[in-house]
Design a protein around this ligand. Sequence first.
Ligand code: MF3
Ligand code: CO
Length: 250
Amino acid sequence: MAVSIKSEREIELMRQAGKILAKVHEELGKAVKPGISTWEIDRLGEELIRSYECVPNFLNYHGYPASVCVSVNEEVVHGIPSKERILKEGDIVSLDAGLIYRGYHSDAARTHFVGNVNAEVKKLVEETKNSFFEGIKMAKAGNHLYDISNAIDAYISKFGYGIVRDLVGHGIGTNLHEDPQIPNFRQSRRGLKLQPGMTLAIEPMINMGRADVEWLSDDWTVVAEDGLPSAHYENTILITDGEPEILTIL
Ligand code: MF3
Ligand code: CO
């Protein structure tokens, strides 16, 4: 499938989809506290999304049973919300959410601290976010796609963290997942040339320990094989003639 170039009209809709998702994430972040269940976070997320007359795009996606992926500690991504899973002081929790606004998708993830978190884990979360910003410095028309991947890798590798290889970022638009795939680790090839109007979800998933992950028997939850914490940070962005535009921030 070719990489889609969005028209000015489509870009405006993507901006709206992104802004709404940024507001949803802001509210979800406020709800993260010791004692809340991952199920309650999902309920709040779906209500917020629908309150903006949007549709949660994760719900029923390949059978995924919720609107927000809620992944705690060693869970990397795609954790399934559960009434039994109660957040506690010292946890980290990755919330990944997306929505459809008038046919256009947005997708973003944040990792939050639950109360006080130890300094080593905090650093993992902060450097994961920083690696996204290193990556998008390269997200400019005329650069190549894997300039983004290589920048993320070069930044993260300094800390000795494991960059998850089994999951990658992606194009986004009238579908949640479009071409191209965007690895967060070093590539030898240069990848396609970036063009204004491309919309991309860039999403480093970084393990404190080794990069290896496995899938739990629920068929969704991806965990770090060594059981150490993992962080995720994602935004939907737009390639422009100049600086990239981050669509999923306020
Ligand atoms: N942001 C996630 C991704 O790009 C979307 C999860 S799809 C779901 O992989 F089905 F797990 F919800
Ligand atoms: Co994504």
